[in-house]
Design a binder for this molecule. Sequence first.
Ligand code: NCN
Ligand code: DMD
Length: 386
Amino acid sequence: MDTHSTAQHPHTLPAAPICMEELRALCVALPQADTNAQDAIAAREATLCKPAGSLGRLEDLTRWLGGWQRRATPRLEHVHVLIFAGNHGVAARGVSPWPTEVTAQMLATFAQGRAAINQIARSVGAELKAVPVHALAPTADFTTRPAMTEAAFVAAVATGFNSVPAQCDLLCLGEMGIGNTTAASALAAALSANGAPDMTLTPGQNWAGRGTGLDDAGLSHKARMIDAALACHGPALGLKVGLEHAVNQPVADGLSPTSARSTPDPLEAARRLGGYELAALLGATLAARHRNIPVLLDGFVCLAATAPLTLLAPGGLAHACLSHCATQTGQTRRLADFLGMEPLLGLGLRLGEGSGATLAVPLLRAALACHTGMATFEQAAILRQT
Ligand SMILES: O=C(O)c1ccc[n+]([C@@H]2O[C@H](COP(=O)([O-])O)[C@@H](O)[C@H]2O)c1
Ligand SMILES: Cc1cc2nc[nH]c2cc1C
């Protein structure tokens, strides 16, 4: 029995979902943070020898860790990095300057311990695992049809769900997949329209970024491909397609723009516009929530992949922190603002692989060290002026 755990969690650990209905049920029946642990942490924080609130977000992070770990004394002994890798049919449309072979080549590099994330994980004392999803077979080109079948989407979610280690104090999530910033952009555009007045989609150019290094012409082409995907799937998702999306694409599932459903479905958006590794990221984040594990999300692709959780249940991503935004004006910032999340780091990071999430681990270790190691005012014999 763990003496630091403040309450027995009432939630039994669910199995991975095997169909959309089970997945949806798991996404809406989420355990909440342990408020007893959070209150105990806040109470101790107030006694520590520093002006109240002077450690800023570090104080919030300790409370966040404890609340989701359900521990008044959180711990960071077992920190894991999980990278999900997948390939994308839309890559055949020239949306990335790199060939899709790079996805498998980087997986081999992770296995050899020679990628950036291997060095970062080692340097912060985290264990790394990279998982190919759907055997790296590409999704369908989502500019003309859904990226995944329901069965393959749910199987990829289950891969992520089942990859979360049983003994884990903090999970850093990352991804690898040539073309996946186009999928993330299309998904972010669709999901953010969920909150827009009248469900109107914003143009692809609002969501397209340079990814792994597109030039200006490549960036415009990528925005057009995102618009094509939105034109194809928007109506079936109940989203209003604007003129900028009208690029003579076939309309998905025989729906016309005027026969749009009135209830948008974030999981259906993820199936149509996402990718296998994005689905696995969703599954891992969902499993972490059901297993009391706080999560660090690595940038834009991870954020877009897991955004359906927030749209399906209020606070669905409350157990997750966004590690970084490369810039203050890019699409990660836009999506973070939409989801009400504030990144921990900047640093101009735009690698992926879980690099930003893992770089944030020392911040959490420092926050925890302050919380557990500092003297109280009483121990330090410090009195406030009266
Ligand atoms: O995380 C980021 O900010 C980020 C920005 C650009 C590219 N990436 C990585 O680059 C790959 C996708 O880029 P692209 O241009 O092929 O869509 C994928 O492996 C991501 O991990 C990652
Ligand atoms: C070389 C390379 C390494 C990566 N790591 C994550 N995404 C990547 C994309 C490329 C192209």
